[in-house]
Every structure is written in C-alpha cells, then in structure tokens.
Design a protein around this ligand. Structure first.
Ligand code: GLU
Length: 411
C-alpha cells in the first residue's frame, strides 16, 4: 500500500538498499536485487450476463536465485502492478530468511473477491492459469493462496494446470487436504504469527499467559493467529474484520466464534469500527489484513508495545520509523507471517515425494524452523545494532546476493 512519499515496491527496495549497504554489496548488485525478473500482465474477460467485463491479472516473478519462484495470488480491488511487485519481492526475502529453497513471486487479479460467485471465481482462476501456464510449474513458479483466494481456488488452479500439463500436484500449494494438500498448511500462517508473538513476549521477559492481544483481520491469518494465541494462554481482547470489530477485556472465546464466516454474526456487547481495533490498549497488536493500515494518519494513536505483522507491509515506512522512536517492538512481516510459505514448502516436498506427513510432524517442523529464524534475526539485530526488520533484510538480502553471485548470473 502506498503513502504520499513512495510506492509499496519502493518501500521494500529502501530496505533492500539499506541491508545491501550494511552488507557492503556493490550498487549494481543492489539494483539487480531491486528489480523483478519477469512481469506478466494479462486480461481476463469475465462473463457478465450476455456481455463481458475485462479484469486485469498479474504474475510478477521477482527472483529465482535461490530456487523456483513462490508466492500467493491475491484477488482484491486494489491490486496493481506496483503492489504485486512489492509482494513478489517480499516473497524473495521471506523464503530466503526462513531458508527454504524458493525464490519469490506474486500474482493477483484486480477484482473485489467478496462480490464474486464461486462460478466467477473459478472462471477467473482457470483463465489466469491458462494465460500464465508457460511461466508456472513445480520447478518454475508455484502459486498459493493469498487475500481473496483459498484452498478451493487452488484446487481449480491445479485442475486447470493438470488439463494443460498433466499430473503435477506440486504445481501449487495451499490445496484442500483431500486433494494433495497438507494437513497443517491452512493454519500455518496464523500459527506462525502466534508462535512468534509468544517468542517475542518471552524475549522481553513478559508473561505469555494473560498477555492482551488485538487482531485486525478474521480471514485465514487473523482467525488462526487468534485461535493459537488463545491456545498459548494469551487473552485476545479485540478482533475485527471488514464488518467491524468486537472488544471484550475479559477475553474473546475465539474457539467459540471460529466457525463464523464474518464477525457480523457474532453476538457482542462492545462493537467498534474496523480501524479502531488498531488503537486499542493491548500488549500485542497483530495487523492481519491489508497493507498500509498503520500510517502517518494513525501512528500516534497506536498503544501496543509489540506489533507482530501478520499482513504483508501493514506499516508504512514513515510510521515504522515513528513507532520505533516510541519504543514499539515490531516483528516484520517477512519473519512473522512466514509460516504460510514454510507450510507451503512442506506441502510441496510431500507432493514431490508422494508421501504425507501427520499434522504433528508438520507443526513440530514449522515451530522449530520459525524459532530458528526468529533467533537468527535477533542475533543479527544485536550484531549490527539494528531493529528486527533491518536485521531480517540483512539476513535475506545477504543469502540472495550470495546465491546470485555463486550462480554467475551475469553471463
Ligand atoms: N500468500 C502467502 C504469503 O504472502 C503464502 C505464499 C506461499 O505459500 O507461497 O506469504
């Protein structure tokens, strides 16, 4: 999401440059890492009665230096080329940071997903797949769900891909468990966010039990983050979705409301606007919806001590600086929400091996690898006396730069 000064992609690249300078990378290499390898823009004619509406779709492949490109597909009305570039680039840094053998990509369609019927959604993703099949594949570029898409969407994608290219379930991740998906993948992003929240509290000598949490978002990330926070003993006192937010200082029973599609149908005495959720007095704030939601307009009103970025780029560059001056600890998106792509990696490897893991193994592997990435970021932040976001970029950019140079990609 943009602010008045720079675009979303420029904001990511500011961090890439900063990390590159700390690492002593040459300016040419930094600009290579700040550019996308390939950008495909397609038109998607969608049937509307006896006419068509033409939507715009994207797949941006940022980097394949460390492996096949990887990243979700977003259906949202605000999707544009700049946003997809930013998100593709974040995937490169995310996969490098958690050390899985992928590069980075992102896809999207500019459309309001909440207004689509299932048939329209299917039509859109099938057309998206047909138009992009030549740049996709389990060793080229592997899509996954993101905002506005889910396991069902990935099943249609896989089915379309199979019609064109033959059986290859590893061509996409985040599939339904009944159709080559992995038990544990759906909850993985939210679970990772909650585990990182707990680790952050512990690191700051705060008690996990009873720590108060506010969450913006009740989609896949927000709802599982809330559920696992509750399981870990935290008190979720506020949660919101597009319909608004609910607040209960005694703690909301997330398990009891989990099956609701929207918070609109949840009975609650205390309702607030969706944006107000960010300004609640709490220990941990988890923005798990759109980008750019914490910005110059509301940064002064943020009262949380810790912010765990469930969403991608929820804090603008300027607001990030301001929050750090106020002493707020921010765990960056590329670390905090990396459980999703970590889970995708597990699904991909299982598909390739045609072997499936029990969910306990999935969770154990996810938790220990997230912990490892978290500890590594803390160590690097100490070593360079920088905040966690900068440290995460130093780790990620360093790894991608090294792979880029080892490949001798310049010939
Ligand atoms: N869309 C998720 C993300 O932003 C997951 C991507 C994936 O699993 O490839 O990290």
């Amino acid at each position: 999401m943009t602010n008045a000064h720079s675009s979303a992609f420029q904001e990511v690249n500011q961090k890439v440059s900063q990390a590159g300078e700390i690492l002593g990378l040459k300016p040419g290499l930094i600009s290579a890492l700040s550019t996308c390898e390939r950008e495909v823009v397609i038109s998607i004619p969608l049937r509307r009665g006896d006419d068509v509406e033409v939507l715009t779709g994207y797949r941006v492949q940022h980097s394949s230096a460390r492996g096949p490109r990887k990243g979700g597909i977003r259906f949202h009305q605000d999707v544009d080329l700049d946003e997809v570039r930013a998100l593709a680039s974040l995937m490169t840094w995310k996969t490098a940071l958690i050390d899985v053998p992928f590069g980075g990509a992102k896809g999207g369609v500019a459309v309001n997903a909440s207004l689509l019927t299932n048939i329209e959604k299917e039509e859109i993703i099938r057309r998206w797949t047909r138009s992009l099949v030549h740049v996709l594949g389990h060793h080229r570029d592997i899509p996954a769900p993101d905002m506005g898409t889910d396991a069902k969407t990935m099943a249609w994608l896989m089915d379309e891909f199979h019609r064109l290219e033959g059986f290859q379930p590893a061509c996409v991740t985040g599939k339904p468990v009944e159709l080559f998906g992995a038990p544990g993948r759906e909850e993985a992003t939210g679970r990772g966010v909650a585990m990182i929240a707990a680790a952050t509290l512990k690191k700051h000598k705060m008690k996990v039990e009873g720590a108060t949490v506010a969450i913006q978002g009740f989609g896949n990330v927000g709802r599982y983050a809330a559920l696992v926070c509750q399981e870990l003993g935290m008190k979720v006192i506020a949660i919101s979705d597009v319909s608004g937010g609910i607040v209960n200082n005694k703690g909301i029973d997330i398990a009891a409301i989990f099956s609701h599609k929207s918070l609109e149908t949840v009975e609650a005495d205390n309702r607030v606007g969706a944006a107000e959720i960010l300004e609640i007095q709490c220990d941990v704030l988890i923005p798990a919806a759109l980008g750019g939601v914490i910005n110059e307009g509301n940064v002064a009103k943020i009262k949380a001590e810790f912010i765990i970025e469930g969403a991608n780029q929820p804090i603008t560059f300027a607001a990030d600086k301001e929050l750090r001056t106020q002493g707020v600890v921010i765990v960056p998106d590329i670390l905090a929400n990396s459980g999703g792509v970590m889970g995708s990696y597990f699904e991909w490897t299982q598909n390739i091996q045609e072997f499936s893991w029990p969910i306990e193994k999935f969770r154990k592997e996810l938790d220990s690898r997230m912990e490892l990435a978290f500890t590594n970021v803390l160590e690097v932040s100490k070593k360079h006396s920088v905040d966690m976001r900068t440290a995460a970029f130093v780790v990620a950019v360093g790894r991608v730069a090294h792979a880029f140079e080892l490949r001798g990609s310049l010939v």
